[in-house]
Design a protein around this ligand. Structure first.
Ligand code: PGA
Length: 260
């Protein structure tokens, strides 16, 4: 079954307003003559969304996403941003990123509320799932991923599954986590198999083959090939390397070549 590849840039809080615009412009230019049949998404910080949207205007190759939303549509939530405030800008939104979870203590259930809100508003949720270093060391990876998938699948429908992207992102593999390690690509493939098996148990094999699964965690031009060569890995979520337009575009091209 053909699943559309996706490469998503998570710029975190790393770029100034000006640098976000420059990076988007550079990526736009570097992709000018590149033939793409995949989703490429930039997720800048909230204040840069409008300016990056202007840069991407009429550019069908690159879409815009946010890095988070609140789980309520509206209310007395100082400092938070609602999906309703973002719909004019974005088609994608990361939720459940471990850095947001760590900061706010949000639960898997709250992440699911966000997923439901995004789906309601026609925005593609990019849902991050993955184990911590302590969980990995305690051999609890499968348990943790299974628990997170169950919470997600409890609320999912067969149709909604085709409208989201799930990222297996082991927290310890994120470059900012500082372990300097990444999982073996065949371990990632094993987790993808587990995730598809859980989807098949909840729905059926067809649903399992349709859901898009990405890998995230220290993806760079030099290490992307083994990950995306694994069957079942449909793309990547990229943090640090996406801050460098040439690196990010190289990753995009590698994923595109691999999909052909
Ligand atoms: P990284 O970040 O590529 O810098 O590890 C990925 C992420 O946190 O989404």
């Amino acid at each position: 079954m053909d699943r559309r590849p996706a490469v998503i840039a998570n710029w975190k809080m790393e770029l100034s307003h000006k640098a976000s615009v420059e990076a988007a412009n550079a990526i736009r230019k570097l992709l000018k003559d590149v033939k793409l049949d995949m989703d490429v998404v930039l997720c800048p910080s909230f204040p840069a969304l409008g300016a990056v949207q202007d840069v991407l205007h009429n550019h069908e190759k690159v879409q815009l996403g946010a890095q988070n939303i609140h789980w309520e549509e509206k209310g007395a939530w100082t400092g938070q941003v609602s999906v309703l405030q973002l719909t004019p800008f974005i088609h994608w939104c990361i939720v459940g990123h471990s850095e947001s979870r760590a900061l706010t203590g949000e639960t898997d259930e709250q992440v699911q509320l966000k997923v439901q809100l995004l789906l309601k508003h026609g925005i593609t949720p990019v849902i991050c799932i993955g184990e911590s270093l302590a969980e990995r060391q305690a051999d609890q990876t499968i348990e943790r991923v299974t628990a997170q998938m169950h919470t997600l699948l409890d609320k999912a429908t067969r149709t909604s599954l085709t409208k989201m992207v799930i990222v297996y992102e082991p927290i310890w593999a994120i470059s900012a986590a500082g372990t300097g390690q990444t999982p073996e690509p065949d371990d990632v493939a094993g987790i993808m198999l587990l995730m598809r098996k859980l989807v098949a148990e909840r729905f059926d094999n067809e649903a399992a083959q349709r859901v898009r699964l990405l890998y995230g965690g220290s993806v760079k031009p030099v290490n992307v090939t083994p990950f995306i060569s694994e069957p079942g890995v449909d793309g990547v979520l990229v943090g640090a390397a996406s801050l460098h337009p040439m690196d990010f575009v190289e990753i995009i091209k590698t994923v595109q070549q691999n999909a052909q």
